[in-house]
Design a binder for this molecule. Structure first.
Ligand code: 5GP
Ligand code: ZN
Length: 113
């Protein structure tokens, strides 16, 4: 999608700090980190948010989670970590391209909602 911020990051039109990349997934550091490790894992193809997860793209979504687990190991998050995906206005989603936050490196808030 031409007007999507994360599609532009995937295309290299907007710079980002890459953590991992393969044919279908891209991971980069959040510009406003909320924990010592705050990485965003995204599918390279545009999927709006978690409401668009289907049987057809489920393998890609699972691969995003596999990459998130790999990054947690790479970042040495041995104490634990959190994977978050905000979906829609009530969840505070600000970028409408499916992404998984990987947060860790400190004791995270116990609040989930
Ligand atoms: P959301 O609020 O949609 O769950 O998460 C969007 C995330 O994208 C936020 O944590 C925000 O800091 C991050 N973000 C927004 N714009 C940019 C950017 O241009 N580069 C990077 N690396 N992260 C961004
Ligand atoms: Zn996009």
């Amino acid at each position: 999608m031409s007007d999507c911020l994360f599609c532009k990051i995937v295309a290299g039109e907007i710079p980002s700090t890459k953590v991992y990349e393969d044919e279908t997934v891209y991971a980069f550091r959040d510009i406003a980190p909320q924990a010592p490790t705050h990485v965003l894992v995204i599918p390279k193809v545009h999927i709006k948010d978690a409401s668009e997860i289907t049987a057809e793209n489920a393998a890609l979504v699972a691969h995003c989670l596999e990459v998130a687990a790999m990054i947690a190991k790479q970042e040495n998050l041995t104490g634990g970590f959190r994977i978050v995906s905000n979906c829609g206005a009530d969840a505070g989603q600000t970028v409408n391209h499916l992404h998984f936050h990987v947060l860790g490196g400190k004791t995270l808030s116990t609040e989930m909602a």
